[in-house]
Every structure is written in structure tokens, then in C-alpha cells.
Design a protein around this ligand. Sequence first.
Ligand code: SME
Length: 150
Amino acid sequence: MEKNELKPQITSIIDSSHEPVEKMQQICDLLQKNLPTYNWVGFYMAHETEPTLHLWCQAGEPTDHTVIPFGKGICGQVAVSNENFVVDDVNAQDNYIACSIHVKSEVVIPLFKNGKNIGQIDIDSNTVAAFDESDERFLEWVNEQVATIL
Ligand code: SME
């Protein structure tokens, strides 16, 4: 399935009557099940006072990395840079936290609420260079939808 075809289903999830974290879980499941290169999908959200990211929900293999300090790994770098991070080859990254030996590429897109970076969506792929600008635009849109329920 093409990712943009999932937008109506994401809108339905956002408009449903579930709790925000449950909606975010459903979005993780939807993306991971329907997009073959999205092998792991999760939302890491910033702690209210501490400089740490916390895994709120995920689809794919369980990870030990449920808390990530700001600055550490691809996720931690996005927490401080406020910018998208597309990694074509994770093995070429020095500041990288491996969650699975199968992962080859990754994209992390910050999630903004009222202009503040409050978390991020993180996608891992078992395919090298799986993500391009169309994924960035799509995931920015997903995060904009999620921001409306937080
Ligand atoms: N690879 C990430 C850690 C999170 S896992 O991909 C689930 C990173 O380097 O920050």
C-alpha cells in the first residue's frame, strides 16, 4: 500500500473516541502493518522536566531502549536539533543506538505542539536507504495530526 493512502484511516483514528496514547498505538500498528519497509514504528515523547525521551507506544519487535537521554542516538539528537533525521545506513553513524541487528536505515521526525519539540516518530527499516522526502512529508503530516490530540 502507498503511504498516502493511509491518511483517511489515520484521520479516522485521530477523530475516534479513544485516549491519545491508544490512538498513537493504533497509528504505529497501521503504519507497521501496511508499509513493508516500516519494520518498527514508535513514538518517543519528551519528559515534562527531565531531558529524556520515553517510548509511549511501538509496533514491531520490542526494544530495551524505552528511555533515551537527549543527545544520545538518532532520537536523542533530534530532541535537541528540532530537525528531521534521515539515516540511509545506520552502520555509518557514530551516535546511534542499535535496537536490532536487522535495522539498516532509520527516519526520525520531531513532533511539535505550539512550536515546541515535544517528541518524535521513529521508524526503523530492515532495508538500506528506505526513506526519502516523501516519507518526511508524510510523517510530518502524521505528527501534525497527533499534535492535535496532545
Ligand atoms: N535507533 C534509535 C534508538 C531507538 S530504536 O531505533 C527503537 C537511535 O539511535 O536513537
